[in-house]
Design a protein. Structure first.
Length: 604
């Protein structure tokens, strides 16, 4: 088809009227714009005459189905198809046919060679187009609702992509991008709360740390019959925080001999069994303010928790403590005990009576020996954060008195385990810590805060080594096998030696301890961030809150203040008149749950 003045051509995807033809073709586009193009840049559609592009109005009702049926299986061109569909070949009908050809539903090809598509292809394409149109309509409705700050139940599956990003399990979100919001976990968290998808105080940090949030659902074997030392005649006390659900240690004294009894988890959980692999992957119990997620099934605690049954199986560590606080006569035996459960407060009230007075005296001798060896006496605020029946309860933790006594008795068992295994060449994971660059004995909260920052992280080592912070030459965590895999691994090695079996090799112990350490890192991160989340939630609930802060570090731009009531550090704008250990009255200026941050102001 020749290209002449006033003919209709296709330029890219737009209709154009030819104004003049020369070495180049001058065309007029919609909107009146003129352009000079090469002949190969245009496709002839109709010879004209076409005086105005505005004349390309709809040519009338198209006989589309009839034309398609007549041509099924044949080939045609633009002119013939226009005549079949509109009974005439005009610029308007030519453009209408081209649009149908470009749409590609009934016909395909070029203006010179047009083929009808098969019925199956048309039906499939039509269904896909209708589905796409519906999806676009639904998406538009969804985005409109988001703009209004509301959702309906049908919207919740769409928001799963935002939830994945909020939980740091994805990197991108089409929804956040469409809303022109940053594709960050914080922005995703904020959006989900604003829409009511998550409740206002939803805690995302366990999911972000990728830790298990339910107890394992695994079968638990029954306790096997075996010979055990009968210590049921000795009063044994499982001393824990109020509400504790996994009592795994207890203490008793027999004359001058101290017994630390520990839940005999290795009697049920053998190396490389399904329970062992699950506990190893988790690394430790997850202690959240909302509740506990156990590394072992609840049935293990039900069977082995000390004091949960009339008599409890235990792995008991027997030691004597001399006048210098040194351990002697170390013995480890599977046993039966009869444990009574006490809270720290109940034990505190009985420290002056038997047998607590004798236990406390031994603990004090042992503590004095550790302190003489350089054990760090850092006493910074600690709190317990719990969510109980919807209330956020924050209580201080007092590390003195009965709690200090129990801590030292547990450390005795850990030192005894390290010594007992060391004498027999049994590889176990030891907890070690190198000394800081300078050893100090600070007084005051600021001094202790500064000294703690000098501490180097503790390490897990198959070879025994000093633990500076504890003031011990060798130490292994061994008193919490229900809660921590490293302790269970120590018990498995001890149990193997007691049975006369071959313990795991140093390489096997190292690999298992390393895997558990990785799980433990994620657990501790989830716990730390969750505690911070609920502390800040508490402040959001109590906008008039005021409490004391202690200046623990001075900086050029920001000073660091410790809030003992919350065991929370914060930064304040530096002031020349502040001094270390100065006490201030603070109020809440702002709380940002999404960035896990709070700002405070000095009110007195």
């Amino acid at each position: 088809m020749p290209v002449a003045a006033d003919s209709l051509v296709l330029y890219k995807i737009h209709p154009a009227r030819v104004v003049s033809v020369g070495e180049k073709i001058e065309i007029e586009l919609e909107g009146g714009q003129s352009k000079r193009v090469r002949p190969k840049d245009v496709t002839p559609l109709h010879p004209g005459p076409l005086k105005r592009l505005a004349d390309l109005h709809e040519p009338g009702a198209a006989q589309l189905e009839e034309a398609w049926e007549l041509l099924e299986g044949a080939e045609t061109d633009l002119k013939e198809l226009a005549e079949l569909m509109f009974d005439d070949f005009t610029p308007a009908s030519a453009w209408a046919v081209w649009r149908l050809l470009d749409e590609g539903l009934y016909f395909q090809g070029t203006p010179e060679a047009i083929q009808p598509r098969s019925r199956e292809a048309i039906e499939q394409d039509r269904a896909e187009r209708e589905a796409k149109a519906r999806a676009e309509q639904e998406w538009a409705g969804f985005m409109a609702r988001l703009g209004e700050g509301r959702i309906i139940d049908d919207d919740r599956p769409r928001l799963a992509e935002v939830e994945r990003l909020a939980n740091q399990q994805g990197e991108h979100s089409r929804i956040l991008k469409a809303l022109e919001l940053p594709e960050t976990p914080q922005a995703a968290h904020r959006l989900l709360v604003s829409l009511g998808y998550w409740p206002p105080e939803h805690n995302p940090y366990p999911a972000r740390s990728n830790v298990a949030v339910t107890d394992p659902a695994l079968p638990v074997p029954a306790l096997a019959d075996e010979e055990r030392l009968d210590l049921t005649h000795l009063p044994a006390f499982a001393i824990d925080d109020e509400g504790n659900q996994d009592p795994d240690d207890a203490v008793s004294i027999d004359g001058g001999r101290i017994w630390v009894h520990v839940a005999d988890v290795a009697a049920l959980v053998a190396p490389d069994g399904e329970l062992d692999r699950e506990a190893r992957a988790r690394g430790a119990n997850l202690y959240l303010p909302e509740g506990i997620v156990n590394m072992l099934p609840a049935a293990v605690t039900e069977q082995l928790g000390l004091g949960l049954q009339e008599t409890s199986p235990a792995l008991s560590f027997g030691v004597t403590v001399d006048d210098e606080g040194r351990l002697a006569d170390i013995e480890i035996r599977p046993s039966w005990i009869r444990a009574q459960r006490l809270t720290y407060a109940e034990a505190e009230a009985r420290l002056a009576e038997a047998p607590f007075a004798a236990l406390n005296a031994a603990a004090e001798r042992y503590r004095a020996r550790r302190q003489a060896a350089g054990a760090a006496g850092i006493d910074l605020p600690e709190v317990s954060v719990r969510v109980q029946d919807g209330e956020i309860v924050i209580r201080p933790i007092d590390r003195h008195g009965s709690r200090a006594m129990v801590t030292d008795l547990m450390l005795m068992a850990g030192e005894a385990a390290a010594a007992w295994c060391g004498e027999r060449g049994i590889p176990i994971p030891h907890a070690t810590q190198p000394p800081p660059d300078s050893i100090q004995h600070p007084a005051g909260m600021a001094g202790m805060y500064a000294y703690r920052r000098q501490f180097k992280p503790s390490r897990t080592s198959i070879e025994p080594g000093p633990h500076f912070g504890l003031g011990l030459d060798a130490y292994a965590r061994a008193t919490s096998p229900l809660r921590r895999y490293a302790d269970l691994l120590v018990h498995q090695q001890v149990r193997a030696a007691l049975r006369g079996d071959e313990p795991l090799t140093a390489e096997q112990v190292s690999a298992r301890a390393g895997e558990a350490d990785q799980g433990g890192i994620a657990v501790r991160r989830a716990e730390r961030q969750s505690n911070q989340h609920w502390k800040l939630s508490y402040l959001k609930r109590h906008k008039a809150w005021q409490s004391e802060g202690v200046v623990v570090e001075l900086g050029e731009r920001k000073d660091t203040v410790m809030i003992p009531e919350l065991a929370l550090e914060t930064k304040l704008r530096a002031k020349a008149d502040l001094t270390l250990d100065q006490r201030l009255t603070l109020g809440v200026a702002d709380v940002d749950l999404y960035d896990l941050d709070a700002r405070f102001r000095v009110v007195g």
